[in-house]
Design a protein around this ligand. Structure first.
Ligand SMILES: NC(=O)c1ccc[n+]([C@@H]2O[C@H](COP(=O)([O-])OP(=O)(O)OC[C@H]3O[C@@H](n4cnc5c(N)ncnc54)[C@H](OP(=O)(O)O)[C@@H]3O)[C@@H](O)[C@H]2O)c1
Length: 267
């Protein structure tokens, strides 16, 4: 049983990644022994390398790793094998709480073409966690602000960004990490917690704000036929189902404070 009042050893699988590095930093600042674990630090959930050693004495495992490939078969192989290895080793090590990061709308996206294969892999990950003997919490987040640039590029044809006529409620990676830390230092919910940004946008409005933030001349338009990375989405696929925890950071404030303009600038 975890106890939010005392310092714990918390292993962060994917601790070198966008979310993972923020989670490790925040947990460390809260006085926990946060250990970043990923191939770059000698821990590989696909091969099992380094897993038994790093899990020794861990109270909580946070899995914020990601498949190096979003292609359907590769993603399925990654999430199935790595979760099988991880959950088996966690059970042997007596880990009391497994926390994993997933995506709002996963079951709807999984029914679709395009990136649907990636979401079928995320569903398989969630299923393995639910079927394991380890108390767990699944955190489903909406799209990260940091991901808006990739969404824009994927939807671009020539000078036009064609996006579906739906709602979207993205959030800052910093707020995703805060939510993951809050869940990881609490008691297992043995269920799913949704987290999202503070504002819902029409998808096209979000993209326009991102483009104008760095003077990108591409034109964003609404198109009921447009897909999201090849997947069909409806009005509410990309927004939380019920009461979500909301991050405080607004997109416009994030745009002003981030390196978005320089990072996203297109030649
Ligand atoms: N993008 C979004 O908008 C969004 C929204 C909601 C949820 N999510 C979820 O958020 C999670 C984290 O995403 P992110 O963008 O923070 O990921 P990321 O920056 O791409 O980082 C991926 C991490 O996975 C690690 N990793 C890769 N292969 C591994 C292996 N075999 N064993 C252990 N670790 C391995 C990497 O380690 P190395 O650096 O050592 O290679 C890296 O630390 C994903 O599960 C994703 O589904 C994403």
């Amino acid at each position: 049983m975890t106890d939010e009042r005392s310092a714990m050893k918390i292993v962060v699988i994917g601790g070198s990644g966008l979310i993972g590095s923020k989670v490790v930093k925040k947990l460390g600042e809260q006085g926990h022994q946060a250990v970043a674990a990923s191939p770059s630090s000698g821990v590989n959930t696909l091969t099992g390398e380094g897993l038994a050693e790093v899990l020794e004495g861990a109270s909580v495992v946070v899995d914020v790793s990601n498949s190096p490939s979003f292609e359907a078969a590769a993603a399925m192989g990654f999430f199935k094998t790595s979760n099988h290895n991880l959950l088996t080793r966690e059970a042997a090590a007596g880990v009391g709480h497994h926390v994993a990061l997933s995506v709002v709308g996963t079951e709807f996206l999984a029914d679709s073409g395009g990136v649907g294969g990636y979401f079928r892999a995320k569903l398989a990950q969630e299923k393995l966690i639910k079927e394991s003997s380890i108390p767990y919490s699944i955190v489903r987040a909406t799209q990260f602000f940091e991901f808006v640039n990739s969404i824009t590029d994927d939807a671009t044809e020539g000078n036009t960004v064609r996006v579906p006529t739906v709602l979207i409620q993205p959030m800052a990676a910093e707020d995703v990490a805060s939510a993951v830390c809050r869940v990881a230092t609490g008691r297992p919910v043995n269920g799913t917690v949704e987290v999202a940004g503070p504002e819902q946008f029409r998808f096209v409005e979000l993209i326009r704000r991102g483009l104008s933030a760095h003077g990108d001349q591409r034109e964003a338009i609404d198109d009921p036929q447009a897909k999201y990375f090849g997947a069909e989405v409806n009005e509410r696929t990309l927004v939380p189902i019920g009461n979500a925890l909301l991050g405080p950071t607004r997109f416009d404030d994030w745009l002003r404070g981030s390196q978005y303009g320089t990072l996203a600038a297109k030649s």
